[in-house]
Design a protein around this ligand. Structure first.
Ligand code: A4P
Ligand code: MG
Length: 151
């Protein structure tokens, strides 16, 4: 299906994260590539937020963002595309939760649930990441307060 056509499919929320290199550029690349996936439409993107790194090792701050896709791809096929896009940005898999040029996670896939270590949906970290919750609410049109840099 050509880009821009309306795929009948599921509403999928994908989280974008980067804390190495030109972070904004990695996110822009990911958005552009997600918009060209087969049988998929990029519906909208949340604001980009800078967030302190979560995880066991000291590392630079992240830029995080979430996008809403509508896709007729199956979850495993979408995940394979996400891994390919990460690889195109030079993503190296080393330490879990370590620094990365680009991380793409499936946060929700319609109402589906999956419990495989290779694909867990909804993403198990959703309850622990306030920035994901804010971005989800923004995409769903639910106004919730955002922290302001100056208080
Ligand atoms: N996998 C299972 N479920 C999923 C899913 N729903 N979406 C598997 C994507 N992948 C999923 O991921 C390891 C494996 O998880 C994949 O091969 C896939 O089959 P990975 O990307 O290689 O490794 P990772 O990202 O280090 O591990 P994980 O568990 O995905 O960690 P997260 O949740 O991605 O956390 N701090 C801030 N501020 N912002 C961040 O975005 N992100 C992380 C990484 C750590 N700290 C952060 C942030
Ligand atoms: Mg990941």
């Amino acid at each position: 299906m050509a880009t821009g056509q309306q795929p009948s499919g599921e509403r999928v929320y994908v989280a974008l994260g980067s804390n190495v290199g030109d972070r904004a550029r990695h996110l822009a690349y990911a958005r552009a590539r997600l918009a060209t996936l087969p049988r998929t439409r990029l519906v909208k993107a949340s604001s980009v937020e800078e967030t302190a790194a979560l995880g066991p090792i000291p590392q630079g701050a992240y830029l995080n963002q979430m996008v809403l896709l509508e896709t007729a791809l199956e979850p495993g096929a979408l995940l394979a595309h996400l891994h390919a896009i990460e690889a195109e940005r030079g993503r190296e898999r080393g330490i879990r939760w370590g620094p990365r040029t680009l991380d793409l996670d499936i946060v929700r896939f319609g109402d589906r649930a999956a419990h495989d270590p290779g694909l867990t949906i909804p993403h198990p970290e959703l309850p622990n990441r306030p920035f994901w919750q804010r971005e989800l609410a923004e995409l769903d049109g639910t106004p919730i307060p955002r922290p302001t840099p100056d208080g």
